[in-house]
Design a protein. Structure first.
Length: 507
């Protein structure tokens, strides 16, 4: 199982601890050593039977090496990095809540028809009169998408305080959408056909505490005077399987304390009301760390009912990011309950997934830039998948039919046009036609498909035979590339085509 960090550092102390670097200790052939290592060293993360991540001095590194462990260097002195962040008025390369909000307000003021900034609740500290913060959601979509009530997608970050990169990548995603609307036709089309809602920071009290005081803090900042405990794990406070006894605690001092009741926290309660109003079809949340893509559920005896859809989205996101995918128990080997993704899917039937980003809680600037690219690509994919999303490929029939001529000898060639719906919504009355290039040589050159089911159903691919009156080498003209124009419902896409090559618009 995953062990939760059990130590803390005070970032403002006058005499800092000796520098310790983050290492991964691989448990090759020694799976039983994980618990002992976690008890002996300052463990950051431990995956049962596979590895333990720990902060180690050079003496400890040498000791473990002599004991036969394989060690992998991950990050130099992460505590020193966070002490520098705490000492910096602008929090270094991490945004404070104030900085994030200033950026979002500026975007909303400069692009009022595209960006909507909504205060959807208060943090615990604000509700308790201890300062605190508002909770903000950012809607990025055009008036066209709004008037049509286009399919919605939700993106969530900043649930756990120390997972600071998750807020960064979603703030950058918002910037990418706004910039792309003016420069990228595919982004513009996306924002005309989807309503994208981003909650970059669900736990602002906790984030500020991490950036100023205790880098390893996980929960919100709810005070429990009777026990002296502080904080609820927001990702154990949602109603689905809450208090089931799996991967949560009833002890306020625990890092995975689930709270006094489902949605007891103002942050989770506000998110619940917001989700009800927005009604997204799909959701992608970000956590750190581990480099995984996770699907419901957090316990092995139950698997998601929409296996076909999760398999489709999981495989493609894995190919795009390089992260393996599976359920929590499959990928991490531990149980958890009261999770937001399980609640979104189990109670709301919102197709929800989670990404565990990166290899550290506190990435340096170069790694953060890599994570921005990974997260933006994943968000764009999920946004497209929230509605209908027809893609196409054109490939020759191979091998030639028995007795048929080789392609170089035949005056015509049979091709296969594949129309695949990679989205959750069914694509109805799908009209297609070839344009440009060698469109005049294709037969048929256009057609209508009544319905291509979404990925919740199988099959979601339609295969159509196309006869081409020219060898395959003459298919595409360099001056006028062949494209397939596809329209269905309110969607329209122009898909470049090459023989044997799959084309995905906007990637």
């Amino acid at each position: 199982m995953i062990r939760i960090l059990a130590f803390a550092i005070a970032l403002g102390i006058a005499t800092p601890l000796a520098a310790s670097d983050l290492y991964r200790i691989w448990l090759d052939g020694k799976p039983e050593s994980g618990a002992k290592l976690a008890d002996t060293y300052r463990t950051v993360l431990s995956l049962k039977g596979r590895f333990t991540d720990a902060l180690l001095s050079q003496e400890e590194v040498a000791t473990l090496g002599r004991q036969g462990f394989r060690l992998e260097f991950v990050q130099k002195d992460p505590e020193g990095l966070m002490r520098r962040v705490a000492a910096s008025p602008d929090r270094g390369h991490f945004r404070s809540e104030t900085e994030m909000l200033q950026e979002l307000r500026m975007l909303a003021a400069e692009h009022p028809r595209l960006v909507r900034l909504e205060d959807f609740g208060d943090s615990w500290e604000k509700g308790a009169g201890l300062g605190g913060h508002d909770l903000w959601a950012v809607g990025v979509f055009s008036a066209t998408a709004d008037s049509r009530q286009a399919p919605a997608a939700l993106f969530l970050g900043g649930v756990h305080s120390r997972e600071v990169a998750t807020t960064e990548v979603l703030t950058e995603f918002i910037h990418r959408l706004v910039k792309g609307h003016a420069t990228d036709p595919q982004i513009r089309h996306l924002l005309d056909t989807r309503r994208l809602w981003i909650v970059p920071l669900l736990n602002p009290d906790g984030r500020e505490y991490v950036l100023s005081t205790d880098a390893w803090w996980r929960k919100n900042r709810h005070r429990f005077p009777a026990s002296g405990g502080v904080g609820v794990d927001l990702n154990r406070n949602f109603p689905f399987y809450w208090a089931s006894g799996l991967g949560s605690s009833d002890n306020p001092a625990s890092a995975i304390y689930r709270g006094e009741a489902p949605l007891s926290e103002p942050e989770t309660s506000a998110l619940g009301a917001f989700v009800t109003r927005v009604a997204p079809a799909a959701s992608l949340s970000f956590h750190a760390y581990g480099q995984y893509i996770l699907t419901p559920y957090g316990y092995p005896e139950r698997r998601p009912e929409d296996r076909t859809a999760y398999a489709s989205l999981g495989r493609e996101l894995s190919e795009q990011t390089g992260y393996p995918w599976g359920t929590v128990s499959e990928m991490l080997g531990y149980h958890s309950s009261g999770r937001h993704d399980d609640w979104l899917y189990g109670m709301r039937r919102i197709l929800s997934m989670e990404m565990e980003l990166g290899r550290t809680f506190f990435p340096e600037q170069p790694e953060l830039e890599v994570l921005n690219r990974i997260a933006t690509g994943a968000c764009l994919y999920v946004a497209r998948a929230a509605g209908e999303w027809v893609r196409a490929s054109l490939s020759p029939v191979s091998p030639p039919p028995p007795g048929g001529k080789a392609a170089s000898e035949s005056p015509e060639r049979v091709m296969v046009l594949e129309l695949t719906n990679g989205g959750l919504a069914d694509a109805r009355t799908v009209r297609w036609r070839f344009e440009g290039g060698s469109a005049a040589l294709m037969s048929p050159s256009s057609g209508i498909v009544a319905t291509i089911p979404g990925v919740r159903h199988a099959p979601s691919t339609v295969r159509l035979p196309i006869t081409m009156r020219r060898p395959v080498s003459g298919l595409v003209s360099s001056s006028k590339p062949l494209v397939l124009v596809v329209t269905s419902n309110a969607e329209r896409a122009e898909i470049p085509l090459e023989p044997t090559a799959r084309s995905v618009p906007g990637e």
